[in-house]
Write a protein that binds this ligand. Sequence first.
Ligand SMILES: C[S@@+](CC[C@H](N)C(=O)[O-])C[C@H]1O[C@@H](n2cnc3c(N)ncnc32)[C@H](O)[C@@H]1O
Length: 504
Amino acid sequence: MSEAGVMGHPCADLGVVDRFAAALRRAGFTTDGIEAHLGAEVSAALTGGVSWPAAAVLADDRRLSTLIALFLLGEERAVAALEGALSGVGVDELAGQGIVAVADGGATVRPILDVRPYADDAGEYLVFADQDSGRRSGTLAHDHVLGIGGASVSLARAVIRAPVRRALDVGTGCGVQALHLGAHCADIVATDTNDRALALAAATARASGQSWDLRRGSLFEPVAGERFDLIVSNPPFVISRGDQDYIYRDSGVPADGLCEQLIAQLPEHLNPGGVASVLANWAVTDVDDWSARPRRWLANTGLDAWVVQRELADPISYVSLWLADAGESPERIATRGREWLDYFADAGIVAVGMGVLTLRRPSVGGAVRFQIVEEITGAGEEVTGDEAQAFLARQDFLAENSDEDLLAMRLSTSPVMLEEHLLPGDDGWQCVGSVLRRPGGPGAAIPLDEVSRALFAGCRGQVALADLIALLAAHHDVDADALAQAAMPVVREAIARGIAYQAV
Ligand SMILES: C[S@@+](CC[C@H](N)C(=O)[O-])C[C@H]1O[C@@H](n2cnc3c(N)ncnc32)[C@H](O)[C@@H]1O
């Protein structure tokens, strides 16, 4: 499917896509070109979803004004203006490919697709998607193809960008994850159940100079018997009673069943040492035991796992978020919202956990080393690919080194900050607790007591940990072995969090 469009769907003629992409680039329709045209502030506002400042700048017939107004803002323009903005491709050809529609007896043109430049460190791309609910009137179509959203970006950031041979994007939509894979994966397979998504992903790949093996089917059906070094997925994870109002959002499987199936089937599609990054939502029936579902998903997978819950939403907030996403009428929102909340009540779902899973198949002959499920909600503590890769490496290091090994090592600390919690008292500020933090590291903060505070202050890469502990024991007049035993859990946690590391 990578060399041909999807018949009966937009952009079926990839020759037109080629000429359209070339014409857009010639007109300066690039991330830099758009920023220069709008100005940095207006451009940043538009990226953040605020379009009215841009609309004011675009009220003229300059080529970029026409293209930005049409393809980013979803506005109508005169056909003559679009003809003037593009060379080498006709408006009638774009209409024939379902990219725009001509109205008013041929006088005006309105966009059907959202077409936008997008860049990462490796390159500049063009992404074809449907217009989101804020850019068009009425509710979304059942086969709506999502553009690049907040979830897409958080998954893209969380993926480990090590060079690999074979990668799979499950539920590719407009192709945003596959685009990022292009920078570090030799062969890319991207799947979707939605033909319209496959058609738009084919256009995205073609217009971005990439080639993916696009396949139709649910979860791993299209790749039966195949294995990959990297699997990424931003699946339709929304928790509902199993309706499928919108393919991009609703799996058609009740509760979090689709995510459960995805995780269960992952191991047989990962090469030894292969990694998966997956976004998921999980049903919570007891907020004090929010991790029950992801733990159960992982139990029989044989995968190493780092699961981070970034948010825990109450049912009303959760349902409201997704009802607003589809641009439905207030009446429909009220009806669907009530039904949705009734389902949550019947199913005993009191909250929904949302997060990212980094999963790894152990290397040949290896056993599971860790399955860590934790909540990290701090702003600036997002899971990034670099952090995930370092987390896996640190877990390996800890699994491969006994306490005796660690005691024989010289440790250093990363760039860390000591944070003190102080309360006013009779003698001025009293320290009631302190925390050692590696800024920007997800969950990279450990509470310290007086002894561990002194211990990490001494980790300068010069003295073996055992000797440092002996010095501290002598200073505090306690037994060195007992102190070492007491210190090792916090030392291990500091290493796990990238706060301390073996000095070289
Ligand atoms: C939330 S969108 C993600 C799109 C894109 N990968 C991203 O990161 O923005 C989910 C995608 O999964 C597709 N999908 C829905 N059900 C699926 C299934 N059972 N198997 C594979 N893909 C599915 C939808 O059509 C949609 O394109």
